[in-house]
Each structure stands twice: as C-alpha cells, then as structure tokens.
Design a binder for this molecule. Structure first.
Ligand code: BES
Ligand code: MN
Length: 444
C-alpha cells in the first residue's frame, strides 16, 4: 500500500503550471491521475475538457434527502521562477523539518488532497459517505478560472449542492484552526506608457522630450496619498465598513498582531491607510498595488538612452461592496487624468473577480467550526482573507451555495514563491478535519 504522503508526492510531481503552454501536457496528465485516484476511492469520476485545462468531477451515488457538499480545489500551480532560489527542486517533493517542500504543496494540491483522503478513509471504515459529496477540482484557478463559469452554468443540475467546502486559504499560526469567512476580490490593469517612436540618445535628445519611464513613475506615485491611502477618486465609495464585532474578534487572533506580521515578513514598519491594524487592512480594506514595472536599460553598467516605452502592471484587491468593473474604470480614469505631458498610455484591462463573504455563525459555519475544533483540539479563529479565489463568489451567484474556507496554509508557506511548503501536521490533521466535516455536515 502506498502511504498517504507518497500519494501526495505523486500529485506534487506533476508540473501542472496552468499559465505556461509548454506544460499543457503535464496539466492534462495530472487531471488524468486525479480522475484515477477518485475511481480508486470508489467514486464515479469524469474528466471534462474545456477550451483550456480539464475540470475533474467526482461523486458518490446520490441519495435523495441527504445534504450535498461540493468540495472545490485546484490542481494547477504557479510558475516556479526564479528556480535558483529553491533549496530543493520544485517538482521533486521531500520532507524536511516537518514540512513538505515543493510547488503545489500548500496551493493547492496538499490542501484538497486531505479531503480526498478524508472521504476515502470514511468509505473504507464506514462503507459509505454520510452525505452526498461532489468533488470539483479545476486546472485554471491560477489564471483566473476563465472556463469555470461557463462550466458551472452548463452543469447546474449536476452541481446542485447545499454547501461548498474549500481548503485553499491560510491558517493563522501552527495548531490554530482557522475558518475563513471572506475573501478579497481582484481587478488587474496593464499599462504601457509611450513616448517617442523609438529609443533615443539621452544626450542628443535629453531634456526636450518627455521620458516614458519618468511618466510611468509619476503615474504610479499618483495612486496613493503620502499616508498610504488610495488617491483614486471614488475608490472607497462602495466599501462596506468592517464591523465592531469583527475588529474585537480579530484583535484576539493569535499570530496576527502588527508586530507578529512584521516579524514574519521581515518588514520594518506598517504602511497604508491610517486607523487600521495590518490584519484589518489585509482582511477588510481595498488596495492598489504595483506588481511589476519596467522600461529602459536593465543590464550591467550604464546606457544613455531615453526609452520609447515603459510599462507597469497593477492589481487592486477589493472588498465587499466594490464592483470590479467600476473600480477598473475609476483607476483608468485616474491614470488618464494624471497623465503627464508628452506621453500617451495604453491600458489593457485584465481579469477580475468579486470579493466574497458569508456568515461564519450559520449552521454550516458552525459545522465547520466543530470539525476544526475536533481535529485540531482547540476553538477555531474566524478571519477574512487577503487573497482571492474569484470562483467562490461566482459559485455563490450561480449555484446559490456558500463556501466554508478551512485553511491549512501556514504563514511562511511561500505560496507563489520559491520554497513553497506545507506542514506535515496540517496534512495529517487535515485528513481528520475533512472526516469530521463530512460527519458534521451530514447532521444538518
Ligand atoms: N489559494 C490562493 C488564494 C489565497 C491564498 C487565499 C492564501 C487566501 C489565503 C489562490 O490560489 C490564489 O493565488 N489566487 C490568486 C487570484 C487569481 C485570480 C490569480 C490571488 O489571490 O492572487
Ligand atoms: Mn495561488
């Protein structure tokens, strides 16, 4: 018998990088492997092709009158560059210091696999699952799930469910079970700033022509006030304020004081909107961030040139109340209004997703809390998340079901970065959590 860990390693060895077309075959092979795992567990499983990467669906035999839980996850992963910063190869998983090292360990293979093992062990020990279970594991989460909304709409009846369970978020500290009841939304913009028709000698032409790199820097700088708040007109208009009970509750959450967050990320001091703790900013306030910027000479030594173009990439994290399209338009309008003389801009609007939140004290929320408590041996904390999983709000709108977010990724897990890792303890307890969750949900 292959051990649970060895089976997770098989999953982690597929370089299922969804954004990189050279890996399309690996993504497909990973989907096939997943389907075979579900079949081995005794579930009915199908692989659904899409215009992009396949969706894997699996389910037990539906029993009328029992509640249905849909368990969502994603088997695609982020690129691994810069490769030289990994201490061990990203697709050759290994255990060191109680952690599983490798791309996808935490985001998201190691997290959804606990639910597969939880269901499998339940079937092995009890003969069947105590409720209707649908697994939906997609291959395009890291590129914004472009084909999943149409898929949901085409399979409405098949995907009908009462509640969704997702482990694709964080746990605030080791041993502190964490139920997420909110996610930020996102909207992205790519900006190109154009000046002269071609690169120019900075002596022959310097001083009499606008420099696109300087213009890009001015535009970027114009997005925030000196105190860190956002200067885009109307940006905060629709933001739903965080509530007093949340602030009071969050103040008690271990591992999330300003000092602890600063220590864990190696930053000297907090930044951003006055009047909020770092955790409050992360979980309940919107942002505009520069994700990349460039233009001009980047090589060794100096090169005297005025670049013809410069670029920057922005993403905004959104909170409940904000509409991604409206925010995208507000940012575009701001950039056009602030555009320095002598350059033009092109703006490509990127992908978007709405924020999500639910009531952690609903009967489903209580079931999730009970499962977390049972498996981790202490009362869970309730938080919102800074990250985004746009399909969660789409599923709310299309399937009408809320999502319980039972996060298992610890601070320092390095998702999207070199040396991604996942605690062996969370893998083991996660399997127990999943089993407890199935039980708790079956009682509703
Ligand atoms: N699992 C993450 C999101 C996440 C991580 C939520 C930690 C909460 C805590 C997910 O795979 C992800 O990376 N999402 C992207 C959004 C997507 C549209 C590219 C993100 O948040 O940047
Ligand atoms: Mn991710």
């Amino acid at each position: 018998m292959t051990s649970d860990l060895e089976r997770l390693f098989e999953h982690l060895r597929f370089p299922s990088i969804s954004t990189d077309s050279r890996h399309a075959g690996d993504v497909q092979a990973n989907a096939q492997w997943l389907k075979a795992q579900f079949v081995e567990m005794g579930l009915e499983a199908e692989l659904h092709e899409t215009p992009g990467h396949p969706v894997v669906l699996a389910r037990n035999e539906k029993v009328e009158g029992l509640p249905t839980v849909l368990i969502y996850g994603h088997y695609d992963v982020q690129p691994v560059d810069p490769l030289e910063l990994w201490d061990s190869p990203p697709f050759e998983p290994e255990v060191r210091d109680g952690k599983i090292w490798g791309r996808g360990g935490a985001d998201n293979k190691g997290q959804h696999f606990v639910h597969m093992l939880g269901a499998e062990k339940t079937i092995q020990e009890e003969g069947k699952l105590p409720l209707n279970v649908i697994f939906l594991i997609e291959g395009e989460e890291e590129i914004g799930s472009p084909n999943l909304v149409p898929f949901l709409k085409e399979h409405l009846d098949e995907l009908a469910c009462d509640i969704i369970a997702v482990s694709d978020t964080g746990m605030v500290a080791p041993g502190v079970p964490t139920l997420g009841y909110g996610l930020r939304g996102i909207t992205c913009l790519d900006v190109t700033v154009k000046g002269p028709a071609g690169d120019l000698h900075s002596g022959v032409y310097g001083g009499c022509v606008a420099n696109p790199a300087s213009a890009a820097a001015r535009l970027i700088a114009s997005l925030h006030h000196d105190d860190g708040s956002i200067a885009v007109e109307g940006f905060y208009d629709d933001v739903i304020a965080l509530e007093d009970w949340e602030r009071e509750m969050w103040a008690q959450v271990p591992g999330t004081s300003n000092e602890e967050i600063l220590a864990s990320i190696g930053s000297p001091e907090p930044f951003g909107e006055p009047g909020y703790t770092m955790a409050e900013q992360l979980w309940a306030r919107p942002t505009v961030e520069v994700n990349g910027m460039g233009g001009g000479y980047q090589g060794e030594g100096s090169k005297t040139v005025i670049p013809a173009e410069a670029m920057f990439k922005l993403s905004c994290r959104l909170v409940p109340g904000q509409d991604p399209d409206k925010v995208q338009a507000q940012v575009e309008e701001h950039l056009r209004k602030m555009l320095p003389r002598g350059v033009t801009i092109e703006i490509d609007k990127g992908h978007s997703g709405k924020a999500y939140h639910n009531d952690p004290h609903s009967r489903y929320g209580k079931a999730a809390q009970a499962a977390l408590k049972r498996s981790f041996g202490r009362e869970p904390v309730l938080i919102r998340e800074g990250g985004s999983i746009p399909i969660i709000q789409d599923m709310k709108e299309i399937l009408g079901a809320d999502s319980l977010m039972l996060g298992l990724a610890l601070p320092g897990c390095q998702i999207h970065a070199p040396n991604e890792n996942y605690a062996v303890e969370n893998f083991e307890r996660g399997i127990e959590m999943s089993r407890a969750l199935l039980k708790e949900l079956s009682k509703i």
